[in-house]
Design a binder for this molecule. Structure first.
Ligand code: FES
Ligand code: FES
Length: 137
């Protein structure tokens, strides 16, 4: 149960109305999937990006988070942030940016770390598929 007095309205908003929930076709060559877990609590986040191969721009993002309110809010916020961004810029996003925007308390910092780890993992997956594709063609 999210405690309203402790959380910033943006966290409550993203937690109660998460953006871009869902999945993309994991097998598609222009889709990167990042699946990460938080060692601190065992929560799990899956973030998927669909990239335009020619421009390197992230055109679609979906996530599924099995975790706390802050992890759901962090991933939802992350999806809004990276849509329209290049994969190279998205790779540089730091969890501290998300934590600051959502005013996460120190005990919840690792929840935003999950979002940073997830986008990095998704980009790495996309890039490794792209390398394979280049070798194959
Ligand atoms: Fe229980 Fe994250 S530790 S939901
Ligand atoms: Fe572990 Fe939020 S409490 S991800």
């Amino acid at each position: 149960m999210i405690q309203r007095r402790l959380y910033h309205p943006k966290v409550i908003d993203h937690y109660t109305h998460p953006r871009n929930v869902g999945s993309l076709d994991k097998k598609a060559l222009n889709v990167g999937t990042g699946l990460v877990g938080a060692p601190a609590c065992g929560d799990v986040m899956r973030l998927q990006i669909q990239v335009n191969d020619d421009t390197g721009i992230i055109e679609n993002v979906k996530f599924k988070t099995f975790g706390c309110g802050s992890a759901i809010a962090s991933s939802s916020y992350m999806t809004e942030m990276v849509k329209g961004m290049s994969v190279n810029d998205a790779f540089l996003i730091k969890n501290t940016q998300i934590a600051k925007e959502l005013s996460l308390p120190p005990v919840k910092l690792h929840c935003s770390m999950l979002a940073e780890d997830a986008i990095k993992a998704a980009i790495n997956d996309y890039k490794s598929k792209r390398t394979t594709k280049t070798v194959l063609t």
